[in-house]
Design a binder for this molecule. Sequence first.
Ligand code: PAN
Ligand code: ZN
Length: 189
Amino acid sequence: MASYDVPFGVAIDFATGVMEDADNVVVRHASDLRGYYSDADAMEALIASGDPVHYRVYEKAIPETEGHLLFCMSVLEPGSVGEEFFMTKGHYHTVADTAETYLCVKGSGFLVMKTSDGQWAAEPMEAGRMVYAPPLWAHRSINVGDDPLISFCVYPAHAGHNYGDIETEGFPKRVVRGPEGPIFLGNVA
Ligand code: PAN
Ligand code: ZN
């Protein structure tokens, strides 16, 4: 394994999101998102149809210690489960007061964000747009277009990922296909 305590560079293909010589490629299939969408029957049908890749995340194995930065390419496929657009699981950072930037390089979608005390926000993701998720804000990307939604993310290397609280809480809004484009539906009473 390369040392990441010396300078280095990597090639990234913005057309595909592929990071050359990635050390880790996290591949999430539809079945990894079971329970995340409102239409459970549509999810089971999608899994039965071949359990397609939902998204991939390309990373370098930079030490997860304070001072370093982690960066990755996130490639979220287009599609929907029922009427709900494909999305990432979403998470808080384990070290909750760590921020993250997402630079969208291709595709069309939203970064939906929330805090544990009920605030939420959705920032459009379009090629060339950078979105900032401040400390304490959970974040999830949602692809509302016909092409992969490709983003370059950077965050403190010691941040960690807390998926459990989102599995319990969900997000306040779901993004679904409407007659004239995406609609944000309330997910809470
Ligand atoms: C991103 C996400 C990536 C996949 O790199 O990890 O988009 O989303 P989930 O981790 O929610 O499955 C990031 O926010 N890292 O912290
Ligand atoms: Zn994150």
